[in-house]
Design a protein around this ligand. Structure first.
Ligand SMILES: Cc1cc2nc3c(=O)[nH]c(=O)nc-3n(C[C@H](O)[C@H](O)[C@H](O)COP(=O)(O)OP(=O)(O)OC[C@H]3O[C@@H](n4cnc5c(N)ncnc54)[C@H](O)[C@@H]3O)c2cc1C
Length: 542
């Protein structure tokens, strides 16, 4: 993973000249004056942990698993939001942990938490490091130091119960490895967030992630049937049956706890048979409202594809739903129906105007479900575009974050944010977020898609592009604050799948109210009495 950007540096994407021109002429983007920092030049605070404390950590996990090197610390500094990347590019490593500790078992994690509670060392559980909500930036004030507890050594598939379709994993398994390990059993999780290449199962559970195929396979929290949590106060073993009436479901307290209550050391996950067949395709709707109505019809009355997403007019025009086609002047795909040809910059080849909907079908009886869903989409005003847009989306589904790095380097701030609401409130939420962004940033490019659907509502996912001013971190903080307020006022949730971290903490407090906040604090006090776990994240301040 690139330390100051996203992904495998070999897959870095140059911006095509037409896109550079568009940024320059339409948005007024200018290249930054200061070159990006090098890894060696990142400024880190000195290691605050005293030698005897480092020695004590070493006694739990072994000397080779306590790291204090420059690069080790840089790589665990914050996550991968745009402000995180902007600060790293500026050489600001002020939130770096003092040490990185790699635990190799549940018992080592439990022992570390006891030690750190005793010695008042803050602990930030670290999975894939892909948080986009400030979930990994340590607030170390009042502590003897901060350690990033990297879970990458906990990387095993422990067991597969094929009869129950339940697989037990350690938390540090990355999503592609989980799929590879399950494929050997003919199984899949079906969890494909855009951060798929790097994020871990523990991180998905801790942040209540949602993958692109959530309509078919469910959100990650739907998949968790059991888990083990190592907390400073002891261990919680939760989930001994698929469903239970034994009081409130304490698993739900751990899901979304973002490392503030304990460290998830084991996950028992519902798995599915690997799909025998996949079929992806595109549809065009004249407007976002028409497309949204069609999605609602499928979500409420079925049949629901595994992937269902709808780009608004602007996102369709730019072609963001198909990042691989941006800036290309490609021809129409061979599977497209006659008359659907368009050019790049209009949703990519094959989409001319309106709103692009992607539908993906996976599993058994794909043909029958496709036929039934297509009847609904056509009845609701959809125009079939054939397989090419769907296949092109599937091919490029993980490549947009690579484009972000190139845009940052070119002088544009590009960031995403998301919310969710009930169907009847979705238009209001959509307008409120757009207006807040326009008000805070002047004339940014604001794009949106409906990313996840339910029978009662849906999630809206926005992408914003704006020229960087002289302090792009502060510029985005102002925009984000305006959007947070707008979401709360418009009745949406502050986050549908990115989590709370530090960036959404205050708005989360408003969302759950003072009593909800007090309940969270009480749980934290019971599980983590010394308050060492991920201080500053999730739990609203006094
Ligand atoms: C380019 C990009 C695209 C993204 N796309 C999506 C998307 O499509 N859907 C989506 O849901 N999210 C997405 N995200 C957000 C992010 O990938 C998710 O929040 C993911 O769940 C984080 O997993 P991780 O392993 O990287 O966790 P980290 O970032 O390492 O940690 C996230 C939080 O969980 C805590 N944590 C991690 N592991 C544990 C553990 N074992 N026990 C307790 N706490 C733990 C951390 O302390 C932190 O608070 C995206 C992020 C990026 C950068």
């Amino acid at each position: 993973m690139l330390w100051s950007g996203w992904g495998d540096p070999a897959q870095a994407r140059e911006l095509p000249e037409p896109v550079r021109g568009l940024l320059r002429d339409l948005l007024g983007v200018r290249a930054p004056q200061t070159p990006a920092a090098t890894l060696e030049s990142v400024r880190l605070p000195p290691v605050a942990l005293a030698e005897p404390l480092l020695q004590a950590l070493t006694e739990v996990v072994g000397a080779e698993h306590v790291l204090t090197g420059h690069e080790d610390r840089v790589r665990r500094t914050r996550g991968k939001s745009t402000p995180d990347l902007l600060r790293m590019r500026a050489g600001d490593g002020s939130d770096a942990p003092d040490a990185v500790v790699l635990a190799g078992s549940h018992d080592e994690v439990a022992e570390l938490l006891r030690l750190c509670s005793r010695e008042r060392i803050a602990v930030v559980p670290f999975g894939g490091g892909t948080s986009v909500v400030g979930g990994l930036a340590a607030a170390g004030d009042g502590f003897a130091g901060v350690v990033a507890l990297d879970l990458r050594r906990l990387d095993r598939l422990r067991s597969v119960d094929a009869g129950s379709r339940v697989a037990e994993f350690e938390p540090g398994v990355r999503a592609p490895d989980a799929e590879r390990l399950l494929a050997a059993h003919g199984l899949t999780l079906g969890h494909f967030p855009q951060s798929f290449e790097y994020a871990t199962l523990g991180g998905f559970a801790a942040a209540r992630s949602s993958g692109q195929a959530s309509a078919g396979y469910g959100r990650f929290d739907d998949m968790v049937v059991g888990l083990t949590l190592a907390a400073p106060a002891g261990t919680l073993e939760l989930g001994r049956a698929p469903k239970s009436a034994a009081g409130p479901d304490l698993r739900q307290l751990v899901l979304g706890s973002e490392g503030a209550f304990g460290v998830i050391t084991s996950l028992r996950l519902r798995v599915r048979r690997a799909p025998a067949e996949r079929r992806y395709e595109g549809w065009r709707f004249a407007s976002f409202a028409e497309g949204t109505a069609a999605m609602r019809a499928l979500a409420q009355d079925g049949p629901l594809p595994a992937v269902l997403r709808l780009s608004d007019e602007t996102e369709t025009l730019i072609g963001l739903s198909r990042p691989d086609t941006i800036g290309s002047t490609g021809s129409t795909g061979s599977n497209e129906p006659a008359g659907s040809a368009g050019s790049a910059g209009s949703g990519g080849p094959g989409v001319s105007g309106g709103c692009l909907l992607i539908a993906g079908y996976e599993g058994e009886r794909v043909g029958a479900r496709h036929a039934a869903a297509s009847t609904v989409l056509a009845r609701m005003g959809g125009q079939p575009l054939g397989a090419e847009p769907g296949e092109s989306w599937k091919h490029g589904r993980f490549s947009a974050p690579y484009l972000r790095d190139s845009l940052l380097a070119a002088g544009a701030t590009v960031e995403t944010l998301e919310t969710a609401g009930f169907w009847s409130n979705l238009p209001r939420l959509y307008d409120a977020v757009r207006l807040a962004l326009l008000g805070a940033l002047g004339s940014p490019l604001v794009m949106c898609h409906v990313s996840h659907v339910y029978d009662t509502g849906a999630s809206l996912y926005f992408t914003v592009v704006t020229p960087q001013d002289e302090d792009p971190v502060a510029q985005w903080a102002r925009a984000k604050a305006a959007v947070n307020t707008a979401i709360v006022e418009a009745g949406g949730t502050i986050t549908h799948h990115h989590g709370v971290g530090r960036d959404h903490r205050d708005a989360y407090a408003t969302e759950i109210g003072p009593l909800g906040t007090a309940v969270l604090r009480a749980v934290k006090a019971e599980l983590d009495p010394a308050g060492i776990l991920n201080p500053g994240a999730l739990i609203p301040r006094d």
